[in-house]
Design a protein. Structure first.
Length: 197
């Protein structure tokens, strides 16, 4: 593959890579830095020549680079000494060193068109659940592709995705106005403690 064709193919996925970077970093500035780092790594002369189109193709390859770059940076930061002033500062919603990273039906959805209540419920997930849910629901990746990107067993992907969907459904169902607007049945429990709709 010619370098110009490779670059064009890589740039087609810029929005998706940014979306993943934003959900990993929880900060527009850090997401910009991560995306820049991803494309610098991907377009290095020795890297792009080794790219083979297989599996999830270019997008999955770029997601793998993003995921690995994010966690490598987190690991480096966790080894840095923390100044006392920073230790006591309040969190701004970004992931901190040592913190794990971070749809309903299979149809992928456009994140920009997602209901605010659903976005809020997804954003409140632990990072390891949120990342898998977004890779599956928004980016439309298969379990195998997600497992390769995150370097976890496919069973872990399936269980985390199941848990993520359940947690989001519970969060939405807990708010009666949202549940009614989105057509979610609230679950009640029978006399034996079993859930019933």
């Amino acid at each position: 593959m010619e370098r110009q064709a490779f670059e064009a193919m890589a740039l087609e996925h810029l929005d998706a890579v940014y979306r993943l970077a934003y959900h990993l970093t929880r900060s527009p500035e850090r997401a910009d830095e991560l995306v820049q780092n991803v494309y610098l790594r991907a377009l290095k002369s020795e890297t792009w020549t080794n790219f083979e189109e297989r599996g999830g193709g270019m997008r999955a390859w770029l997601f793998t680079i993003a995921h690995n770059a994010f966690y490598s940076d987190l690991k480096k930061q966790s080894r840095r000494p923390t100044p006392v002033g920073e230790f006591y500062e309040e969190s701004d919603g970004e992931l901190t060193p040592g913190e794990a990273s971070p749809a309903w039906d299979r149809a992928s959805f456009d994140w920009d068109q997602v209901d605010d209540a659903l976005k809020k419920a997804i954003e409140q997930l632990k990072p390891e659940f949120r990342e898998i849910l977004l890779l599956w629901g928004v980016e439309g990746l298969k379990y195998r592709e997600i497992a390769e990107i995150l370097e976890v067993p496919i069973g872990t992907v399936m269980s985390r995705l199941h848990r993520a969907r359940k947690l989001v459904a519970e969060a939405l169902a807990a708010d009666s106005d949202v549940a009614e607007r989105l057509g979610i049945n609230r679950l009640s429990r029978d006399e034996n403690g079993r859930e019933e709709s």
